[in-house]
Write a protein that binds this ligand. Sequence first.
Ligand SMILES: [Zn+2]
Length: 511
Amino acid sequence: MVQFIKRPGRFPIGGFVLFLIIGSLTCSSPDTEISDEELRSYVEFLASDELEGRMVGTSGCTRAEQYIAGEFKDIGLKPLPGEEDFFIDFTLYRRGYEEEKTSLEIRIGDERIEAHPGIDFRPFPFSSSGIKKANLVFAGYGISAPEYDYDDYKGLEVTDKFVLVLRHEPAEGPTEDYFEGSAYTDHSLFTKKAENAYLHGAAGMLLTTDPASGRGAEDLRLTETYSLSPYGFGPYSQEKPILAAHISQDFAAKIIEQTGFSLDEIQKALDSGLKPTELILKDAVVELQIERLKEAIPLSAHNLGGIIEGNHPQLKNEWILLGAHHDHIGSFTGEGDTIYNGADDNASGVSGILALARSLSGERASLQRSVVFITFGAEEVGLLGSRALVNMQFIPQRVKYMINLDMIGRNPDKPVQVITEGNAVDLRGIVESANEQSGLKLRFSNSKRSSDSDHYTFGKLGIPFLFFFTGVHEDYHGTEDHAEKLYYYRMKRILDLVREVILLLGSGLEF
Ligand SMILES: [Zn+2]
């Protein structure tokens, strides 16, 4: 049974009373009932192609924010104290590349092939800056692995030359057991390949995705870094002393063509023993330039916040903050499906916020503490929305409990993960009690390692939190994270549970 930390003189209760309370809370009336259909309609809009993946700073993200603000208004939430509306503004700083000074050109004999930044290639975030012109040498997978008696550089002369390498590892796949079979070793890491090229004296590295691991649209947007301060970027600590860029398969194919082979043929040959020394790229000269912007570009971003005020004169200043990020990772240029719809990540969580706001506004009378509903912006670029929010002095002072919803729509056969860190508060016990009626399968874990969503920002400040999560899946951060793949009835059950937890925490009892 739940263990309570009692404060003297305030609502001391025992398990039996708690049982009665839970028993009474679960009888929600039809208009406070959460329906799977409302969840579906929220997700279908937020994850539609029209919203283009809701990347911070894009019009698709703005449309999502306007939609959420409109729903907050219809539901009858009030803006947070000191705010005129539901938009809580903050400024982000974005640092990218100087596009005119970020270029790649390859000359093969008399032919000149130019690559477009953001489409045909992108610098790796760890690449150095500068310009270099040098011959190009094919270096297989770019791996030196004595423990597997494998070395792509054996017999190759690459000093002051560019190397062209394939992504991943030789002969990988579920049926192969070379290296570690289908599991990747560290030799697959981009940084490891760049380091290896550098150790062999190369001037730069061009990497292309090996055809065996995938074909189709490639996301080669210029990788930008974001910060809450224009000075917050610091030195590029992970920068390697080598120019390095990811190039598209199409562009790589144009280079490889001159050998008379296709990329597929080259990979198959490599996997059956071809040595990189046997594949000569005649007269291929690369000129690669990478230049970072000197100044960071300011960008306006938003969290959205609304409140249902509690009824108790003092306790209403203690907030239960329910949050879910509304931003995602956008879209890119190319053929086929190029939009990261982010239905599970995290239209699912936002739909939960909206449904809970509507449902709980019908339960105002029973709330002593206030319930605050936040959708965070800029989560995907480093939890920056939640960080901006807690930078507002009064926020961490008021938030008594934080509940985060991020990805609650998939893996219906696995238990719902509940990640918690309650300090002295037994949040796990509260969730278990609330779950006695609904009987969802739950898996609890401690937060220590979990810095992957916005609850972390609150946990770091010592605020007790709960994070509800149904786990990663093959469409995570992929273009196939679509609305029709979510399990809406399961989401409804999870949100029914969250609702009970909020009603308990909001009841004014001291846990
Ligand atoms: Zn997420």
